[in-house]
Design a protein around this ligand. Structure first.
Ligand SMILES: Nc1ncnc2c1ncn2[C@@H]1O[C@H](COP(=O)(O)OP(=O)(O)OP(=O)(O)O)[C@@H](O)[C@H]1O
Ligand SMILES: [Mg+2]
Length: 509
């Protein structure tokens, strides 16, 4: 077996709750990178303890019940988001750390009296994964393929690349999580199949329909919700428990961060238990005290049926998205050869049962739900290496339309949803005022007709327009979306042939 050496591109699945890394060897074998004790999962958690020590992964998770305000988890839901999003508010309701607007039109989170940009937290986790991988492999890892939810916008992808830059990790390529899982499943099997990847992780839901033709992996359509994952299943349980406690004792536990953290922990464990058994107790001794100083216990019985009832709307949402992605791809259930399950939350029996009913056949067990994404990323990393003989082709799509704002605040779509990438398009533009020397365009991503409902990717200012009368300038703006789903823009003055200078500013409009 050819062993990997410096310059190796590892694969990293940077998950909402768990991260995982893998490396491919010269002969196409892939190994997960184990952490101390053999576990290959690193919890995506960053904390600072009361002595000021930074803790990442298992060390951070071990102390989170006692230090809930300074333990940052599930921050992936906030990366690359604008603070105006209702996102901040809804995340704040379910976490014990402080979430607020950042200084770069982004979201910041507080830990031990310090404000962090969300991508700085991702950088800490990447740093840890890189260290673990370097220790294991015996050389300093400097390059990686990192996966993101297919439903991530350009800004979210850029933020992940930026996180890598902060810790000197060259993120050579960003690829989509479901696409990576399909690679792990299909590479080297000489398949001709149409697969649907149903990826329900801790924080996000993605679905992609992918046609595999031997070494060509072509995504036909994708969809998802970056606010739909295991955490929401936990939250549905937590709400039920809190309401019950309030009704019985008249005490609202949601204002007590330590109690909340204990409940959250137990909710997830009980949920996981209920995938294997049909009943589970939900008991926490001394959760709080009465106003007379009497200790109170939390004692509820949970069964699988109750969990299924509480989370029914969440599973419904996933199936609705599956349906609309099939419409986008122009296929019916009968056209799908395999349904692949990815993500820990797909272990819940009802998820599998409902998919079986939906497709008329059980989902495939072809990939490991926790490992497939990192494995696919490692295989892709190997194919990009200079010394690689692995040839494969990934053809992906953008999850939401990209376009520019036109007068009146409506969206002029340049690339529709599910446009194939890489892709470039030129559009003609002109000056709207006499003597104009600059052209400003505001670029948005999203599927709403009004730009106000979409995500602002940036305001591009092109300078060097030859001054003349309104409508005289002949300009060409080129939109280029890379294989990673990241947009770059350029513009030319067609009369002078001059390339115009670009500056990009993400404003907080
Ligand atoms: N046996 C199980 N039954 C139900 N849920 C489970 C089970 N095992 C794990 N989970 C849930 O799966 C989720 C974690 O899944 P996973 O590790 O795939 O997510 P992730 O990769 O961190 O997140 P994402 O892909 O959304 O960024 C957690 O919410 C966890 O509670
Ligand atoms: Mg995942």
């Amino acid at each position: 077996m050819n062993s990997p050496g410096p310059g190796t591109i590892i694969g990293i699945d940077l998950g909402t709750t768990n991260s995982c890394a893998a490396v491919a060897f010269g002969d196409g074998q892939v190994k997960l990178i184990p952490y101390k004790g053999g576990d290959s999962i690193i919890p995506s958690i960053f904390a600072i303890d009361d002595k000021g020590n930074e803790l990442i992964g298992h060390e951070a998770k071990r102390q989170w019940q006692l230090n809930p305000r300074n333990t940052l988890y599930a921050t992936k839901r906030l990366i690359g988001r604008a603070p105006k999003d209702d996102v901040v508010e809804s995340v704040q309701r379910s976490v014990q750390y402080q979430v607020h607007a950042g200084t770069e039109n982004d979201v910041a989170v507080d830990c031990h009296g310090r404000a962090f940009h969300v991508h700085e937290v991702s950088a800490k986790i990447l740093h840890k994964i890189r260290d673990v991988a370097s220790d294991h492999l015996g050389f300093k890892v400097s390059r990686a393929v990192v996966t993101v939810p297919a439903y991530f916008t350009d800004r979210q992808r850029q933020a992940v690349k930026e996180a890598g830059r902060l810790v000197d990790l060259d993120v050579v390529r960003i690829i989509n999580e479901p696409t990576a899982a399909a690679l792990a499943y299909g590479l080297g099997k000489q398949l001709t199949e149409r697969v649907l990847v149903y990826d329900l992780g801790g924080g996000t839901f993605d679905v992609s329909i992918i046609e595999i033709r031997d070494r060509v992996f072509e995504v036909k359509a994708t969809g998802g919700d970056i606010f739909l994952g295991g955490i929401d299943f936990d939250n549905a349980m937590i709400r039920h428990v809190l309401d019950g406690f309030q009704a019985k004792h008249g005490i609202d536990l949601s204002t007590d961060p330590v109690a909340m953290q204990r409940i959250k922990d137990l909710a997830e464990r009980t949920k996981i238990d209920l995938s294997a058994r049909t009943e589970a107790p939900f008991s926490i001794p001394f959760i709080t005290m009465t106003s007379q100083g009497q200790p109170l216990n939390l004692d509820v019985k949970f069964d699988r049926k109750l969990l299924e009832k509480l989370t029914h709307p969440l599973v419904d949402r996933t199936l609705k998205i599956v349906g609309s992605v099939m419409v986008d791809a122009g296929v019916t259930a009968a056209d799908i050869d395999e349904v692949m399950l990815v993500g820990g939350q797909t272990r819940m029996p009802i998820v599998q049962e409902r998919l079986t009913r939906f497709f008329g056949k059980p989902p495939s067990k072809g990939v490991h739900p926790d490992e497939a994404v990192a494995i696919g990323a490692a295989l892709y990393g190997w194919s990009l290496q200079e010394n690689s003989d692995l040839k494969l082709q990934l053809l992906d799509v953008i999850p939401m339309a990209i376009g520019l704002e036109q007068a009146g605040g409506t969206m002029h779509v340049v690339f529709p949803r599910n446009a194939a990438i890489p892709n470039a398009k030129a559009i003609a533009a002109t000056s709207s005022e006499d003597g104009q020397t600059e052209l400003v365009v505001r670029i948005f991503q999203g599927d709403q007709a009004e730009t106000s409902g979409n995500e602002l990717l940036g305001e591009f200012t092109f300078s060097g327009v030859s001054p003349g009368q309104a409508g005289e300038a002949r300009l060409e703006i080129v939109f280029d979306v890379s294989i990673e789903g990241i947009l770059t823009m350029s513009a030319r003055d067609l009369d002078s042939g001059r390339q115009m200078r670009t500056t990009v500013r993400v404003t907080s409009s």
